[in-house]
Design a protein around this ligand. Structure first.
Ligand code: FMN
Length: 320
């Protein structure tokens, strides 16, 4: 019989069953941070690790998939943002490598529905609004990530918060909802489940974990952030939440001075994510991170993050 005090026992929801994982804790597939090392560490700990394909060309993506397969005998998946030129190549590579869990984001899921469905993939799409959640359900996804404006990285234009989006999305669709944005510890985890989610997707805290391929300067900046430590940049041309580095301040100044869309596109330029997240250059690059950075206080292993969330979940059963 399972002990009542076993603080590592499985947490069962429709999503832990769908993905065949112990805990409904998903590590967001993040550009420049989520390679095979991070994804397999999370999966090995009982969560679901996702390789972030957005910053990889298809050949490198295949290499990460193969390494993750060799490193962990637990389920893992991939994240493919649909907005890039190389996105179709990433999807093709994932299918050819027999990946059976694919998270997509930043694009129209209907366009790839036939390809994904005929490959028999468990498919999740990330949405910033209820309307998009309904559209994703209509396209045939198995679940949606409802991601609020607190989240690190690319955001929707409407700025709906996780606290308001998750319950409305859960009411609007029949498929399970995964909450994302601002979740860092057991409190956010439990709150998300109470709001109607059946899993959480966490980005920022995992981006600052030991196995993340983000630069030390990035991880340190996350740990050093407080509640006001991030800025929602490029609101008018495509919002991205970033740490308030020197480059973030340059963007903020340009925006407050009324820079045109063209000037902002120019300021954004190319390769800023790599320069910031991967190379650690906060003067010229973007440190994509969410408001939860204010709650990340140390750089620890991804497995320890998963265990910390699970322990807190079971220790506070009085809350749920
Ligand atoms: C550094 C970084 C890179 C990210 N890159 C991606 C990405 O490539 N595709 C994607 O769907 N989401 C991406 N995200 C969003 C995460 O997957 C996740 O949904 C989000 O970080 C959750 O909010 P949180 O940061 O408050 O935990 C990124 C987030 C961060 C912090």
């Amino acid at each position: 019989m399972e002990s009542k005090n076993n603080l590592s026992r499985p947490i069962k929801t429709r999503l832990s069953k769908l993905f065949d994982i112990e805990y409904p804790i998903i590590q967001g597939g993040m550009i420049w941070a989520a390679g095979w090392k991070l994804a397999s560490a999370v999966s090995q700990a009982g969560g679901l690790g996702l390789i972030g394909g957005g910053s990889m060309q298809p050949d490198l993506f295949r290499e990460h998939i193969r390494k993750a397969k060799a490193a962990a005998n637990k389920p893992f998946g991939v994240n493919i943002p649909l907005m890039y030129e190389h996105s179709p190549g990433l999807l093709k590579a994932a299918i050819e490598e027999n990946i059976d869990i694919v998270f997509t984001s930043a694009g129209n899921p209907a366009k790839i529905a036939d390809t994904v469905k005929s490959a028999g993939i468990k498919w999740v799409h990330c949405v910033p609004t209820v309307k998009m959640a309904r559209k994703a359900q209509d396209a045939g996804v198995d679940a949606v990530v409802a991601e609020g404006v607190e989240a690190g990285g690319h955001n929707g234009f409407d700025g709906v918060t996780t606290f308001c989006l998750v319950p409305q999305a859960a009411d609007a669709v029949d498929i399970p909802v995964i909450a994302a944005g601002g979740i860092c510890d057991w409190r956010g985890f439990k709150a998300a489940m109470i709001l109607g989610a059946e899993a959480v997707q966490i980005g920022t805290r995992f981006a600052a974990a030991i196995e993340s391929s983000a630069a030390e300067e990035y991880k340190r900046a996350v740990v050093d952030s407080n509640d006001t430590g991030t800025y929602l940049a490029f609101r008018t041309i495509g919002p991205i939440r970033i740490v308030r580095t020197a480059f973030a301040q340059r963007i903020q100044r340009a925006e407050y001075q009324g820079a045109s869309a063209e000037e902002l596109h120019q300021l954004h330029g190319k390769g800023r994510g790599r320069l910031g997240i991967f190379m650690g250059n906060g003067d010229e690059g973007l440190f994509e991170a969410g408001q939860s950075a204010g709650m990340v206080s140390e750089i620890i292993s991804a497995g320890e993050v998963v265990r910390d969330l699970v322990r807190g979940y079971w220790e506070h059963q009085d809350c749920l």
